[in-house]
Design a protein around this ligand. Structure first.
Ligand SMILES: Nc1ncnc2c1ncn2[C@@H]1O[C@H](COP(=O)(O)OP(=O)(O)OP(=O)(O)O)[C@@H](O)[C@H]1O
Ligand SMILES: C[C@@](O)(CCO)CC(=O)[O-]
Ligand SMILES: [Mg+2]
Length: 383
């Protein structure tokens, strides 16, 4: 049996980091996906065979004998409650980390260990210690602010829960082989994916897994999600500075700054909340034609500019991000970092796709993506 699931990456238009501290944020799915293909042999003896994961983008594959998993995680492998995932306990996480350490991951790719821990947690909690192989491939740059960790956790959870028979497709995506899950099943996938994100991020707000699961453009605050009817989609150019960074460390850095300067940072988070609220109402107003496109774009640009300033206050900008801001400003275009910052990707609001800007950005060694914003979330396929 082969089951495939694909989940999109995302952009955050406003509110990253502040959303971890309770502010609103606005995010949208993009048409770059991570796909997980799960192959399960017919059930055999408990403990026989191996669990394999092939990370095609990193050209690395890993496997663990089921007997070894059973020995290390025995109780976990048998007790998972599929309808209500429990968080991974520190003891379980330590046992999983030891299983990951059995493999020598090249130092240059050591950041993959967090993804492998999330994989082992999701696989063994959902399917137990039965043999199987998962092949993961992605069109998203990894660790660059476009939600690769969430798309990884959502696509894995979607494929594993489909195999476990607890979620199933309800409709098709027109003109494609992909199928869609119903709302309750998406909710369940999202809850599992959030547990995966916790292993990779430490303290995620849940926005990335939510937008990857449900798609569209959303406002997110304290776990509550509102769908934004955006009408005319905003046009964004994404520039990957190719400066590597790690969301977990950046989120922890902002929390440390907040504990050093609680009042100042509370004001920053409050200002970001106001920006996200205003931005989401402009997006919705534009859908009702009560505001002209030019006025909408001007307002969005100003709010993005203000948000970027506040992200600098939080300490998550980077010289490469500043280079993108300067280059795009030459063309009167406004940019802001997206995702956790510290390098990674920058968003530029564009009236039309400007070849000149992309050429200039690429001359700095950056990589540009032209994406569709606000599309589908998780999709599955059974072969
Ligand atoms: N296709 C993949 N294969 C293996 N591991 C992956 C894959 N995609 C993501 N990961 C895991 O997620 C980590 C990157 O997550 P991180 O949260 O730091 O960045 P991001 O999700 O791309 O950006 P952001 O959280 O700012 O949107 C990788 O180091 C890896 O452990
Ligand atoms: C930086 C952050 O706000 C967004 C990362 O895409 C972290 C989170 O919300 O989990
Ligand atoms: Mg992430």
């Amino acid at each position: 049996m082969e089951i495939r699931a694909r989940a999109p990456g995302k952009i955050i238009l406003a509110g990253e980091h502040a959303v971890v501290h309770g502010s609103s944020a606005v995010a949208a799915a993009i048409d770059l996906y991570t796909q997980s293909s799960l192959h399960l042999p017919p059930s055999g003896e408990d403990g026989a065979g191996v669990v394999e994961v092939d990370l095609t983008d990193s050209c690395l594959a890993f496997s663990w004998p089921c007997s070894r998993l059973l020995e290390a995680l025995g109780e976990t492998c048998r007790k998972a409650e599929l309808q209500a995932p429990r968080p991974c306990s520190p003891e379980e996480l330590a046992a999983i980390a030891k299983l990951v350490e059995l493999h020598e991951i090249p130092e240059a790719k050591i950041w993959l260990s967090a993804g492998l821990s999330a994989f082992l947690y999701l696989y063994t909690s959902i399917l137990g210690c039965r043999p199987g192989k998962v092949v993961v491939s992605s069109g998203l740059p990894m660790g660059a602010g476009l939600g690769s960790s969430a798309a990884f956790s959502v696509s894995l959870s979607g494929a594993l829960l489909t195999a476990a028979g607890v979620v199933c497709a309800e409709g098709v995506v027109g003109g494609t082989e992909w199928q869609l899950l119903g709302k309750d099943h998406l909710e369940l996938v999202n809850t599992w994916a959030f547990q995966g994100e916790k292993i990779i991020h430490g303290k995620p707000s849940g926005i990335d897994n939510a937008v990857s699961t449900f798609g569209s453009m959303i406002k997110f605050k304290k776990g509550e999600l509102t769908n934004l009817k955006s009408g005319n989609p905003v046009k964004m150019l994404i520039t990957d500075t190719r400066v590597g960074r790690n969301t977990k460390a950046l989120v922890a850095g902002v929390s440390e700054r907040a504990s050093r300067h609680p009042d100042a940072m509370a004001s920053v988070f409050h200002a970001v909340n106001t920006i996200s609220e205003e931005l989401s109402s402009i997006v919705e107003l534009a859908a009702t034609d009560e505001i002209s496109m030019t006025s909408k774009e001007e307002k969005l640009a100003e709010l993005m500019e203000m948000n970027q300033g506040l992200l600098q206050c939080m300490g998550v900008s980077h010289s490469s991000i500043e280079t993108v801001l300067r280059s795009t400003l030459k063309y009167n275009l406004v940019s802001k970092l997206t995702g956790a910052g510290g390098g990674g990707c920058v968003l530029t609001l564009i009236p039309t796709l400007l070849e000149k800007v992309t050429t200039e950005l690429e001359s700095h060694g950056f990589r540009c993506f032209k994406v569709e914003v606000g599309g589908q979330g998780l999709q599955t396929h059974r072969g």
